[in-house]
Structure formats: structure tokens, C-alpha cells
Design a protein around this ligand. Sequence first.
Ligand code: IMP
Ligand code: MG
Length: 207
Amino acid sequence: MKNSTYYSQEVDIHQDIEEILLTTEEIQTKVIELGKQITADYTGKNLLLLGTLKGAVPFIGDLARAINLPLEIDYMAISSYGNSTQSSGVVRILKDLEGPVQHKNLLIVEDIIDSGQTLHYLMDVLRQRKPLSLRVCTLLDKGRERIKPVKLDYTGFEIPDQFVVGYGLDYAQRYRNLPYVGILKSTVYEDDILEPQKQHQSPAEDA
Ligand code: IMP
Ligand code: MG
């Protein structure tokens, strides 16, 4: 029985990583750059950063500190049903914003865009609330063919179509605390496919 996913107290989480794709330093440099751009673009405007729980938490924390403007931060939790390494396109809101956004410039802060389905749904919902403006900042863009088209206003890195974890990104809720973005060893999730009882039990997957 492979115990790295389920008995992590005793094991080094770094051992499940095949390759570090983006180092802490590379991420920090990019976040500072994005923060400068956003500061320039939103000077003189109100700004509400909307983070998607749970994956965008480290990114929004660092990004907010790189933006030199008065801003607000709020969070939404969006869930999609499916297995742990592919999103299904069925999406629902688990946690909503605290207040109306009609007089606010909204900037969605996402960890990763893959098929685009989650973001497409979120933008549909938010557009109906008539914010002053609605834009998207994502740390990672998987750059594969979108199932749903989405326009990304700020992108940190384009990455290959491989399953990545760390800096907020999870596999079955693990590895969010890695300080870098890495490619997960495929043996970690192949084991889960072979032994389905080990898969994430909850029907709802956090985005
Ligand atoms: P989309 O709806 O296919 O664009 O998927 C977006 C969501 O899928 C993200 O918010 C993540 O939760 C998850 N996701 C997609 N690719 C990865 C990955 O490589 N690692 C971890 N989560 C991912
Ligand atoms: Mg996730």
C-alpha cells in the first residue's frame, strides 16, 4: 500500500514531485511584475480582488502585497464534480461574495486555467451582477484547447498540459503547501485509479 498520499505525517511531501516546474523565486519575481501592471492599470479606480478558494490563496496573498493600491479582498468557493485530476464541467457555488459588486472593478484571481469551464461559469455568474469591470488574473495557464473560451487579462506562466501541484494547487487536497509548483509523479494518482477506494471521497472538489 502506497502511503504517501494518505499518511503524510511521516513522509516528506517533496518526494512525490517528479520535477519542479516553477521555483519559489520565479513565482515571486512574476508576482511582483503582475502587481506592478495591476497597480498601473487600476490607479484611480476601486479594486476588488476575488480569490477562488482554496487554490488561489497563496497567490492572492502575495499578489495583493505586490499591488500598491487601496483594495478589497473577498473569496468565492466554486466546486466541480469529477475525479481528482480532471474537472467535469459541472460547477456550483459553495461560498459566495459578502456583498454586491455593482460599483466595483472586479479582478478574479485564479490559480490555474485548464479547460476554462470553471472560470467561464464564474464569469457568467459575476457578469449578471453588473460590476463596473470584470477581469481575470491567473498564475498558470495550461494552454490546452479550451472547452469554454475565456479571455485572460493577466497570466503568470503558460505551462504544459501536465498535472501540477503546490503554491495552492492540490491533488486530493494535498500538496497545497509546497512553496513551488511541481509536476506530481504519475504513480501518485495512478495508484488511486487502480485502487478507487483511495480516491477523494467527497463529491465536491474545490477549484
Ligand atoms: P478548468 O475548469 O478545467 O479550467 O479547471 C480549473 C480547476 O481545475 C482549477 O481551479 C483547479 O482546481 C483544477 N486543476 C486543473 N488543472 C490542475 C492541475 O494541474 N493541478 C491542480 N489542479 C488543477
Ligand atoms: Mg483543485
